[in-house]
Design a protein around this ligand. Structure first.
Ligand SMILES: Nc1nc2c(ncn2[C@@H]2O[C@H](COP(=O)(O)OP(=O)(O)O)[C@@H](O)[C@H]2O)c(=O)[nH]1
Ligand SMILES: [Mg+2]
Length: 187
């Protein structure tokens, strides 16, 4: 449709109202790949240079899920406990949380319990929680015990996804499943 530069064909309020706004946050220990997963989903990028997130990282994307346009706002919380106050603030009004561990680093898996306690304390009950085992491309270095993983998933009744931000394996599937679940609860 023709339009003059700087003007919208429909009022701004209507354009924005047509988009469902969704807030997703990524949590988990440092270095597990939260920023990389967001970058992959929002910008189809991957970098192997590690740049620790200071405080918070942000990405957004407009996605069409089952005929519904959604603007997804994704926040990457720093895994460092120094930023506890920032994280607690940002937990508010969250629709979905992806809790990431690194399948090659059992310590990051062991800390999931503590993260789940923090999540249940600070986020709203309606927030959908997904657990993500990232770095599955490093097949030979897997070190997380599968039985412990099964037990954790049974305890918390969360959906589980395996991803590689390096190859992209499972990344879009994970975010799309999150969005579909969030929309089905929201609408
Ligand atoms: N091999 C591999 N490396 C990854 C993957 N995801 C992230 N990384 C690397 O792990 C490091 C930490 O990633 P980053 O996204 O900054 O982690 P964050 O601290 O959780 O945000 C970086 O060097 C990434 O390149 C992955 O799926 N596979
Ligand atoms: Mg980060």
């Amino acid at each position: 449709m023709e339009r003059t530069v700087g003007t919208l064909t429909i009022p701004y309020e209507n354009a924005v109202a047509n988009l469902n706004w969704i807030k997703i946050i990524g949590v988990g220990s440092c270095n597990v790949g939260k920023t990389s997963l967001i970058k992959h989903f929002c910008e189809s990028k991957f970098t192997s240079n590690y740049q620790p997130t200071v405080g918070v990282d942000y990405g957004f994307k407009v996605e069409n899920i089952n005929g519904c346009d959604v603007r997804v706002n994704i926040w990457d919380f720093s895994g460092s406990t120094d930023y506890l106050e920032v994280r607690n603030e940002l937990y508010s009004k969250t629709n979905g949380i992806f809790l990431v561990f690194d399948v090659t680093n059992a310590t990051t898996f062991d800390s999931l319990d503590q993260w789940l306690r923090e999540i249940t304390q600070y986020s709203s009950n309606s927030a959908q929680i997904f657990i993500v085992g990232n770095k599955v491309d490093l097949k030979h270095n897997r070190s997380v015990n599968q039985n412990n993983l099964k037990k954790l998933l049974q305890n918390y009744k969360c959906q589980y996804f395996e991803t590689s931000a390096a190859t992209g394996e499972g990344v879009n599937d994970m975010f799309k499943a999150m969005l579909t679940t969030i929309l089905s609860v929201k609408i």
